[in-house]
Design a protein around this ligand. Structure first.
Ligand SMILES: [Zn+2]
Ligand SMILES: [Zn+2]
Length: 204
């Protein structure tokens, strides 16, 4: 295993981890870890993930409060246009000191957890998301945090905009570009009446 400080996601926290009541701002760009979403909705590996916030030390660990933003790659579920914009998530997580001695036990939740259940409890029990510091307590590695946070927050039904009009169900035209687009629906009853009228007028 490479030394933690060589991880592209390692953040030195030695100076704040020394005692409670310290704060260290973070404003940095990390490469997106692999495995955030999929080809349908995801954050492409290696794209810029911007993390802005601060580490604050309390007695038994570090609290990271941060805003994470990264370019999302997906398409609108209504009009199928590609969506390329920044996806932003606010996160509060805990790096307990004790995890430093808990031999490699991994905190955080995997991508495979049932999304529905997680979402229901997320608001009440955010402190459940904890991540280990390096064994010497000098570094916080944000790889798992970035992956979990972004993966869990990805939209299930991404839209290019909230009021996207989608496509015409009959011909597939983009209704955003032509909101008045419609097809003249010929009512069967009027169609037969018209045929009858034409027949009468022709004198047959
Ligand atoms: Zn759309
Ligand atoms: Zn149409």
């Amino acid at each position: 295993m490479p030394r933690p400080e060589y991880s592209p996601w390692a953040v030195s926290v030695a100076q704040v981890a020394s005692r409670a009541g310290q704060s260290k701002p973070i404003d940095a760009v990390f490469p997106a870890p692999s495995g955030i979403g999929d080809n349908i909705v995801g954050i492409p590996e290696g794209s810029d993930v911007h993390v802005v916030g601060s580490f604050d030390s309390i007695v038994d660990g570090l609290i990271l409060t941060a805003r994470i933003s990264a370019p999302i790659s997906t398409e609108c579920t209504r009009c199928l246009k590609p969506i390329n914009k920044d996806w932003t998530v606010d996160v509060t997580t805990f790096f307990p000191y004790e995890s430093a001695s808990a031999d490699g036990r991994h905190g955080g939740r995997g991508r495979d957890d049932d999304k529905g259940e997680v979402d229901i409890i997320a608001g009440e029990d955010e402190s459940e998301d904890t991540y280990p510091l390096t064994p010497d307590g000098a570094f916080a590695d944000l790889e798992a945090l970035i992956r979990d946070t972004l993966a869990e927050s990805l939209p299930l039904q991404p839209l290019c905009r909230e009021d996207c009009l989608g496509l015409c169900p009959q011909c597939g035209a983009d209704l955003n570009e032509d909101p008045d687009h419609h097809h003249d629906v010929v009512d069967e009853r009027f169609a037969s009446l018209a045929a009858l009228k034409a027949k009468l007028e022709s004198g047959e």
